[in-house]
Unconditional design. Structure first.
Length: 200
């Protein structure tokens, strides 16, 4: 399975601070799904009549008549309901906020470079959640993750769009745990970040 963060970036448009700024993840980050283990042959020596068995005349070879072959696990058969896309998680509407010009402190939304840097360095656990929830299936598509980042840079709310099957296999709880540990730069204002994770 190929997994990557590949969202469209905004074209410089800025959303008013009281509504939060929608930002998305960069295109060049991602993590590959671990390869499925494929079985080889394990030969057992000493099989009568085989090389390496008594009387065979070849003491240095492994037997070929008896072996165990490991096979790949079968894919889960998914129903239409399993493949249905749905949203689960928190209400990610950023709270309204007022500008305090008297304090002199910086209060702004996160910019693209700050979001890109944080996601590139800290999104691997969330991506692994997607890989794990889709194990042994042929599901492909985009898992969208919405994050509300507060003024101190902490993720306070997380909402996920994904396949029903993946939610039933722990996707939401796993992603929420992963994103709660992410730390963005503190800017004094809330920002709504959208992080699509594409996999196939």
């Amino acid at each position: 399975m190929y997994l990557a963060l590949r969202p469209p970036w905004g074209h410089g448009a800025t959303t008013p601070l009281d509504a939060g700024v929608v930002a998305v993840a960069p295109s060049d980050a991602g993590v590959g799904k671990p390869k499925k283990k494929t079985g080889g042959h394990r030969h057992r020596p000493g099989t009568p009549g085989s090389p390496g068995s008594p009387g065979s005349g070849d003491d240095g070879a492994w037997g070929s008549a008896d072996y165990v072959e490991e096979t790949e696990p079968q894919l889960v058969q998914l129903s239409a309901a399993d493949r249905a896309m749905e949203w689960r998680g928190d209400d990610t509407t950023p709270p309204k906020q007022k500008l305090d010009m008297s304090s002199g402190a910086e209060s702004r939304s996160l910019d693209d470079s700050e979001i890109r840097s944080t996601i590139e360095s800290q999104s691997a656990p969330a991506q692994q959640c997607v890989v794990t929830a889709a194990t042994n299936t042929n599901l492909t598509g985009t898992i969208s993750v919405k994050l509300v980042v507060d003024g101190s840079g902490h993720v306070t709310k997380t909402k996920v769009s994904g396949f029903h099957y993946m939610f039933e296999h722990g996707l939401l709880a796993c992603v929420q745990r992963a994103t709660s540990k992410m730390k963005f730069p503190g800017t004094g204002a809330f920002t709504l970040v959208t992080m699509p994770i594409n996999f196939n």
